[in-house]
Design a protein around this ligand. Structure first.
Ligand SMILES: NC(=O)c1ccc[n+]([C@@H]2O[C@H](COP(=O)([O-])OP(=O)(O)OC[C@H]3O[C@@H](n4cnc5c(N)ncnc54)[C@H](O)[C@@H]3O)[C@@H](O)[C@H]2O)c1
Length: 358
């Protein structure tokens, strides 16, 4: 059903930490301009026709500060209660992973129209399935914190791949340094899913570093460092994550490759000649239109009004979470190749790093 555009949508947020409301100074200095506005609330300010009505943080002071800064009239410490009382059209979830799936389920039960939630969705495939099923049954529009697919450069590349500009996509190589599975890699699994779609996964194989004592039966009580991970899709297509480099994504097609660099801020193309000849790298200009977060929230608002779709389906979000959990299942099983359907639904990666959780 189409809503009147003149009636602002009412938004609320749970989690007023760094990604919710307070972009870290370090990121302001180091991230390229294409990432801004970066936090949920900075981006929401730039979405026309949406009004922030309530904020929630279990740390009351953090909630109050966000309410004052962003002009929300109501402030809560309990997210479920906020949903019950405020019944927002749009809910933003920027808590740590624990409890995120439950918030989505509750929002679905209470008629919230759209949810933008941080990555990863949950610690296990089972939790992901429950939250996504509840959202689907209730018709909740979904938007996911892995926002690179909403950024200009990946969207330009996706168009080129879909049009087979340089032939069929054969391999994705992501060089991102030695980083944690739940904290950093959800972005990469989502990008892989964006480019490859939901084609069949034949096998995943990964090596990860974690304390041996962190693994018992079905629970990996850690946020393991990914040393190497590869995914074999049906039809000679594969994706590889390497612990080298610092954030370059190469999409290798039959006749050349796209290189996304500078933290998703620039694009270059290399065309293969015949034999061993390869053309030099040619930069492709991609005009900046808006940050990924802002586009994700704009699309969500339009979808809630019945005027379009978000860039994320429930199946995409499930798949990208499954890829990470299957990688972890391979790693705890001595790095053997695994299929998605053999990963136990209740296999859990807690994301612990010392006293903190992803
Ligand atoms: N999309 C991105 O680029 C990106 C970047 C950084 C972090 N993240 C993700 O965002 C999440 C939050 O990261 P952060 O760095 O902002 O963490 P943070 O610790 O700075 O903020 C989390 C906030 O949520 C609050 N909170 C936690 N559970 C709550 C609950 N049940 N009810 C109410 N408030 C609750 C905490 O008090 C805290 O203020 C993490 O899961 C992380 O993976 C995403």
């Amino acid at each position: 059903m189409k809503r009147e555009v003149t009636t602002p949508l009412r938004a609320a947020i749970v989690g007023c930490g760094r990604i919710g409301a307070n972009t870290a100074e370090r990121l302001r200095e180091t991230l390229p301009p294409v990432w801004f506005p970066y936090s949920h609330l900075d981006a929401l300010r730039e979405v026309v026709g949406v009004e922030l009505v309530a904020v929630c943080d279990q740390n009351e002071a953090a909630g109050r500060m966000a309410a004052d800064t962003y002009g929300a009239s109501r402030c809560y410490v309990d997210g479920l209660r906020m949903i019950d009382e405020v019944r927002p059209d749009i809910l933003l979830i920027a808590t740590r992973t624990e409890g995120r799936a439950r918030l989505i389920e509750h929002a679905a039960e209470k008629g919230v129209g759209g949810v933008h939630f941080e990555k990863p969705l949950a610690h296990s495939v089972m939790e992901c399935r429950h939250a996504l099923a509840a959202a689907e049954v209730a018709g909740v529009k979904l938007s996911y914190g892995a926002v690179r697919r909403c950024m200009d450069v990946p969207r330009r590349v996706k168009k080129g791949i879909d049009a087979e500009e340089m032939g069929m996509l054969r391999q994705i190589v992501i060089e991102c340094g030695r980083v944690e599975l739940l904290w950093s890699h959800p972005h990469h699994f989502d990008l892989i899913t964006f480019f490859v779609g939901l084609s069949d996964v034949e096998a995943i194989q990964a090596r990860m570093t974690f304390e041996t004592a962190a693994w018992s039966e079905r629970v990996l009580d850690a946020d393991p460092i990914v040393e190497a991970l590869s995914i074999q899709f049906r039809g000679r297509l594969s994706a590889t994550i390497l612990p080298t480099g610092s954030g370059v994504v190469r999409l290798i097609c039959e006749r050349g490759e796209y290189v996304i660099g500078g933290n998703t801020s620039w694009l270059a193309v290399r065309e293969y000649g015949t034999g061993i000849r390869v053309s030099g790298e040619r930069e492709v200009s991609v005009p900046f239109t808006m940050s990924g977060r802002r586009r994700a929230l704009m699309e969500l608002a339009s979808a809630v009004r019945g005027e379009g779709a978000t860039s994320y389906s429930a199946a995409d979000i499930l798949r990208s979470n499954q890829l990470g959990l299957a990688g972890a299942w391979s790693a705890v099983n001595q790095g053997r190749m695994v299929r998605l359907d053999e990963v136990p639904d209740d296999f859990t990666v807690t994301g612990r790093k010392g006293d903190l959780f992803a």
